[in-house]
Design a binder for this molecule. Sequence first.
Ligand SMILES: NC(=O)c1ccc[n+]([C@@H]2O[C@H](COP(=O)([O-])OP(=O)(O)OC[C@H]3O[C@@H](n4cnc5c(N)ncnc54)[C@H](O)[C@@H]3O)[C@@H](O)[C@H]2O)c1
Length: 253
Amino acid sequence: MKLQDKVAIVTGAASGMGKEIAKLYAKEGAKVVAADLNLEGVETVVKEITENNGVAKAVQVNIAEQDDIDNMIDTAINEHGTLDILVNNAGIMDGFEPVGDVLDERWDLIFDVNTKGVMRSMRKAIPIFLDKESGVIINTASTGGFNGAHAGAAYGASKHAVIGMTKNTGYMYAQKGIRCNAIAPGGVATNIASSMESVSQYGMERTKPVHSVMPRAGEPDEIAKVALFLASDDSSFVNGTVVTADGGWTAAF
Ligand SMILES: NC(=O)c1ccc[n+]([C@@H]2O[C@H](COP(=O)([O-])OP(=O)(O)OC[C@H]3O[C@@H](n4cnc5c(N)ncnc54)[C@H](O)[C@@H]3O)[C@@H](O)[C@H]2O)c1
């Protein structure tokens, strides 16, 4: 087992990639705090894990709220005495709006969830990791975090920022026993489209040719396997970087 007795928080664990990461980590021996806005969904995932003899606890968190983030991390400490792995995976899509159509409220929500939530969670976890001189952070970015035509301006900018934070964090704490990496998934079959509201037809049309060269959509468990690699000692020399998992899509550009 690659994560025996490690304590891991996975955000966005009710669905898609987060759900598969939580399940795989538990299978590999981790004690998982499965966090999501959707409490019912995350409780179902935890039930599945515990029925398979894994250890997991569900926590409701709105990652856009500092108090919820504090509670999420405190839960790991109160339940298991420590934290070893933080997976910042919760995220939402925009409506493919080009910058000329971006609404402030939409921009703020995308950044509060996709970017500020990641920063705040890392900020809360870092003192714990510094104290024990070890810790692993994995941020779910996106191929939209280094390309311009995978979604709208807000989503792309929010994920570029996640990659920037990941690199900075990996470098800053490299000599403190802390590793921080991002995964850049390409198109993956999840429920992410349900977070898309008032979609821009113009934005959709402009990105269509780029999406049309995607070799195939990935499955969430294919991303979970990358997240396992990055959480385990198998990736001990991998730090401050981005692992792309897109089936070859962005190799085209
Ligand atoms: N699916 C894709 O094609 C794709 C591609 C690249 C990157 N991503 C990224 O992968 C990550 C996981 O998304 P997914 O595709 O599995 O989608 P998903 O919608 O299946 O799962 C996302 C989960 O995040 C939760 N969530 C949303 N807002 C939240 C909030 N404010 N606080 C806490 N939880 C919240 C949702 O309830 C959901 O359970 C996201 O960061 C997304 O941006 C997805």
